[in-house]
Ligand binder design. Sequence first.
Ligand SMILES: Nc1ncnc2c1ncn2[C@@H]1O[C@H](COP(=O)(O)OP(=O)(O)O)[C@@H](O)[C@H]1O
Ligand SMILES: [Mg+2]
Length: 254
Amino acid sequence: MLKINNLTVEIENQKILKNINIDIKTGEIVALFGPNGSGKTTLLMALMGYDKYDITEGKIFFKGKDITNLSIDERVKMGIGMMFQRPPVVKGVTVNDLINLAGDVETDYSQLSNQLNADAFLNRYLNDGFSGGEIKRSELLQLISLQPDLLLLDEPESGVDVENVELIGRTINDLLHENLIIEKNGLTQKQRHEKRKRSGFIITHTGHILEYVNADRAIVFIDGHIVCKGNPGEVLNMIKENGFEECKKCDQRV
Ligand SMILES: Nc1ncnc2c1ncn2[C@@H]1O[C@H](COP(=O)(O)OP(=O)(O)O)[C@@H](O)[C@H]1O
Ligand SMILES: [Mg+2]
């Protein structure tokens, strides 16, 4: 699904990510851990194709195609979708406008919106005065309308209360299993797939979202390097007990 080869990313001539190598197979979920400023968001933004994130070395392959120089919209059309950590306020554009643009005007999103408890802000300007939970539910609604194959989830539970973490977590899990299929007449709950059909990265500090979305592997970033890889639960416990300093000890620089 995704192959990141020796990726180095600069922002304003400053090296942020250094020689990153990651492969993701279909159905695989990789949790990204790391202290603030370690480059987790930078990785997802570079995968998405934002031009501020300058790829100075390495390549990105998606579904076997070199996408390193493709534009954001081309990547989105190929099936990459992102849930942003801090999406901007866009006055003049409602959530409804955006999901109809991202998805399909003829599609009825009302059931999905209802399920995500999004009806109250559907006709408000994007993120304008939204609470933490509303921002994340709006992001998820947009992501589902795109039906991506690779999900880039940047702190989907940050600033969200416990109940909403569960709602967001379960909905992401359904999306990953293709149990949530949007068709012209609205939301279709397909027969449960046991195996995940979609892949993704999930950035989390608390790990709460991983109670609902099972990650296969964890990768720890420090200062733009991958310093540790392992079982998500074990890595998270190690970080909680000993902090990121402990991760440096198993520095693999892979
Ligand atoms: N637009 C930007 N301009 C300048 N520096 C940036 C920009 N975005 C991120 N950075 C810097 O890149 C580093 C990595 O940031 P980020 O990827 O957001 O970290 P994380 O998501 O792991 O907290 C930080 O030092 C941050 O200040
Ligand atoms: Mg971040």
